[in-house]
Design a protein around this ligand. Structure first.
Ligand SMILES: O=C(O)C(=O)C[C@]1(C(=O)O)C=C[C@@H](O)C=C1
Length: 370
């Protein structure tokens, strides 16, 4: 087909491409200069024995660039580009090993890559428990685990493990989750079972009930594991990402089958407090804690009064049964806006701690920058 605008012989096109080539060479030279500076920073950190990954600094770099971006590059493009640049620079300082619910192609892997960039050492794990174990045992520097989905609510296992393990939070990221029905053949006929993580099956409940009402829904450890099983058996279908589909050579029989078109999953980044300090204030931070109060009338209200008194906003409040002898005891997972280095947050936390029978600071970290 004739395409005069895209013809490589068009002198205007040729001229513009030559300019792009020249800009790319300049960009490469600048990126290498940046990389050398990061290496020098890495040298200082090594001498001081301090950690390489500084989530608050990375958030500030991206925030600053977005605020001063003159365009036409869109503001939304700034964060992913600089995340990759900083990922590559960080890798020159030290390898970053990141554990997540694998195998390749899971949404957890996408979240890990979105947050840390692609210059990481991937440590796929078979379960959320294994992500916590691997990170606790220092076989990974960081773990990425889902905590909440906009359709299905909390990921209970992650919340329980945050309560019971020593790991703490240093970051968060969220992902638009688009599920697809994948299979060896491009047809809905003859499917015997649909395999996926229980959360994904639940997020597609409406679609599966309508289109495959009599087909077994088979919960498996991850969506990518479902895709792997579907690649071995023509009678099986999977609910997973397009990436998992291409990874295992499957057709997308039906795209975007999640019941909520805005289906999002929030992930947190965990690490071990012995190996990583709490991030410093970035200016846009979140502080997460889990608390419990004695079971008496008004106790939850009283616990929250210090937040109001010190003008600290609460952005999340989830309850989980404590599974203690008293079956009506609960743990409350609370997210506050701000950092404990801010006097109002410090004062509110101190008073809240005094009002609680149990108090655990889960971490403080920069809010996700898009
Ligand atoms: O500023 C630092 O501390 C660096 O190591 C440099 C850099 C970057 O590339 O900008 C890389 C890694 C850190 O997580 C933060 C920033």
């Amino acid at each position: 087909m004739a395409d005069s605008a895209a013809s490589p012989l068009d002198p205007a096109l040729l001229g513009l491409r030559q300019q792009i080539d020249a800009v790319d060479r300049e960009l490469l030279a600048l990126l290498n200069r940046r990389a050398s500076l990061a290496q020098e920073v890495g040298g200082i950190k090594k001498r001081e024995g301090s950690v390489v990954f500084r989530p608050e600094r990375e958030a500030q770099v991206i925030d600053g660039l977005k605020a001063s971006n003159p365009g036409p590059l869109q503001a939304d493009s700034v964060a992913p580009i600089w995340r990759e640049i900083m990922s590559a620079c960080r890798a020159l300082e030290t390898p970053t090993r990141v554990a997540y619910l694998g195998p390749a192609g899971t949404f957890s892997e996408l979240a890990a890559l979105g947050y840390f960039g692609s210059s990481i050492v991937r440590v796929p794990c078979a379960s959320i428990d294994e992500v916590f174990r691997t990170t606790t045992a220092a076989a990974a520097d960081f773990g990425v685990v889902p905590v909440e989905n906009s359709t299905e609510g909390v990921v209970a296992r992650s919340l329980d493990l945050l309560l019971t393990t020593p790991l703490f939070l240093i970051g968060e990221t969220s992902l638009f989750v688009r599920h697809n029905l994948l299979r060896q053949t491009n047809s809905l006929a003859g499917i015997q079972a649909v395999c996926a993580h229980p959360q994904a099956l639940a997020q597609c409940h409406g679609w599966l009930s309508y289109h495959l009402p009599d087909v077994e829904r088979r919960p498996v450890a991850s969506n990518a594991e479902g895709a792997r099983l579907a690649s071995l058996d023509p009678g099986l279908a999977a609910v997973a990402s397009e990436r998992a589909g291409s990874e295992f050579g499957l057709h997308v029989v039906a795209p975007a089958i999640q019941d909520d078109p805005h289906n999002r999953t929030r992930f947190v980044i965990v690490t071990h407090p012995d190996r990583h300090p709490q991030p410093k204030a970035s200016g846009h931070d979140c502080t997460s804690l889990v608390v419990s109060v004695n079971n008496r009338p008004g106790a939850v209200h009283d616990m929250l009064v210090p937040l109001k008194q010190h003008g600290v906003s609460m952005t999340r409040f989830e309850s989980r049964p404590a599974r203690s002898a008293d079956q009506w005891e609960y743990y409350f997972y609370i997210d506050l806006q701000g950092h404990p280095d801010e006097p109002a947050v410090a004062a509110a936390l101190a008073e809240l701690r005094a009002a609680c029978s149990f108090f655990k600071l889960l971490g403080t970290y920069p809010l996700d920058v898009h």
